[in-house]
Design a protein around this ligand. Structure first.
Ligand code: NAP
Length: 296
């Protein structure tokens, strides 16, 4: 990679950013298409975020940005315009400059749904889905699933109030979906038997010592079980699901496809998905689908 006076610069704003896989993935994509673009991680403390975002407006060769933890909600406030996903979710993970204004997008949910289709071969249309968690990732996935016309979405949360608030937003978005808000203790065998897809959108399972969200021994084998977590590639939930004969999908595909969409928004070009996937695999972000390691 050679940086010149004409290089277009994209940045990642987060705190921390040291372990992010996005620079590897996006720089591989720029190189694969021979673009004179570069992607740089910026560690930005929360109090400095408004200034950092403000400065981007004045930079002529700014190509776009990703926003990650803990800035996704705060970044929303600083945008000049928002697309409908970012507005519905209340968080921005991708910024696109357009004639001096900053437009906030959220590609996380679309990333998950594309991963569901491409990695697991599952069309969410008409499916009954259980979603655990009501944070930023869960909301992005919930709105994308609503747009993809699932039949039923059951939100499980340790905070039923938060689940009910997401539920009322979803009902405004689509009248055709059955939406329920329930506590974690209501993840029971009879309810799981009536579902097609179960998704963990909490951080539970990132550490081996995390207590399970529910009794994973009751997972019925017809379920597709998904985890937004990609490190480790197989969480205890996914390991139990695989052992019980379920199909499984980890978060590596979501990571890949949210980045694919961001790349296309910035450059206006079709993303080189294979190069991006290979860059993630080199860094240990393995796509885990079916009952084994996927074709990465
Ligand atoms: P977040 O906004 O902090 O939300 C976390 C959610 O998990 C909240 O609903 C929280 O409940 C719930 N939760 C936390 N600990 C819990 C526990 N012990 N038991 C039950 N619920 C618990 O986080 P996020 O951004 O949504 O991220 C969630 C996970 O998704 C993380 O592991 C993240 O790495 C992953 N993720 C992956 C991708 C990807 O590209 N693959 C993208 C986004 C996120 P309360 O509201 O009650 O605290």
């Amino acid at each position: 990679m050679s940086i010149t006076g004409k290089t277009t610069v994209c940045v990642l704003l987060g705190d921390p950013v040291a372990h992010s896989a996005s620079p590897r993935m996006q720089n591989a994509a720029f190189a694969a298409l021979g673009l004179d673009w570069v992607y740089i991680p910026w560690a930005v403390r929360p109090k400095a975020l408004p200034e950092a975002l403000g400065a981007l407006r004045g930079i002529e060769n700014f190509g776009g940005a990703n926003v990650t933890i803990p800035h996704k909600e705060a970044a929303l406030e600083a945008m000049d315009e928002l697309n409908s996903e970012a507005l519905s979710i209340g968080a921005v993970n991708t910024i696109v400059p357009r004639e001096g204004v900053l437009v906030g997008h959220n590609t996380d949910g679309e990333g998950f749904v594309t991963s569901l289709r491409e990695e697991a071969g599952e069309d969410p249309r008409g499916k009954r889905v259980g979603l655990v968690g009501t944070g930023g990732g869960a909301k992005a996935v919930a709105y994308a699933l609503a747009r993809a016309a699932v039949a039923e979405l059951c939100l499980f949360s340790r905070s039923e109030d938060r689940a009910r608030s997401v539920l009322s937003h979803l009902r405004n978005l689509s009248r055709n979906i059955e939406v329920l808000a329930l506590g974690l203790q209501q993840i029971q065998p009879d309810r799981l038997r009536r579902m097609d897809i179960l998704i963990n959108a909490t951080p539970v399972g990132m550490e081996p010592s995390d207590p399970p969200l529910f009794d994973y021994g009751v997972l019925p084998d017809h379920l597709l079980v998904c985890d937004l977590i990609y490190r480790p590639p197989e969480t205890p939930l996914l390991a139990s699901a695989r052992m019980r004969g379920c199909r499984i999908l980890n978060g590596a595909g979501m990571l890949l496809y949210q980045g694919v969409r961001a790349f296309e928004l910035w450059t206006g070009q079709k993303a080189p998905v294979l190069a991006m996937r290979q860059a993630l695999t080199r860094g240990g972000e393995e796509a885990l689908t079916g009952s084994g390691i996927g074709p990465v």
